[in-house]
Design a protein around this ligand. Structure first.
Ligand code: AMP
Ligand code: ZN
Length: 108
């Protein structure tokens, strides 16, 4: 069975999707650690940052541009926000499908 984020990508399980394109999806974290907590996820299954390959170079750039666009759409770009990636068990990673956390306290 595919991983939980692959199932969200395939719409097999629901998520509160904020933005989506051909390669990337952003949805609300089910257990938010801040008033605004979004996960930005490549549709391609990459298990962690450790598994990133040279061929993913363009995708990783697209992910960060996507983060910026989501922040702007949620109107947290001016006030500021935090971006983080947990890597491996020691880094607090629970879902082994690469994702970026976008956290903010409030909209302006
Ligand atoms: P990490 O610890 O970096 O692997 O983060 C995994 C995140 O995924 C956690 O913040 C969880 O709350 C979140 N999460 C787990 N299952 C779901 C789900 N079905 N929909 C949305 N977020 C989820
Ligand atoms: Zn996956």
């Amino acid at each position: 069975m595919s991983c939980i984020f692959c199932r969200i990508v395939k719409k097999d399980i629901p998520a509160e999707i904020i933005k989506e394109d051909e390669n990337i999806i952003a949805f609300r974290d089910i257990n938010p650690k801040a008033p605004i907590h979004i996960l930005i996820v490549p549709k391609k299954h990459i298990s962690s940052l450790n598994e990133l390959r040279e061929e993913d170079k363009e995708l990783i750039g697209q992910i960060f541009l996507f983060v910026k666009d989501v922040a702007k759409e949620l109107k947290i770009d001016k006030g500021g926000y935090k971006v983080s990636i947990n890597v491996g068990e020691g880094g607090g990673q629970e879902i082994f499908h690469l994702h970026v956390h976008l956290l903010a306290e409030k909209r302006q």
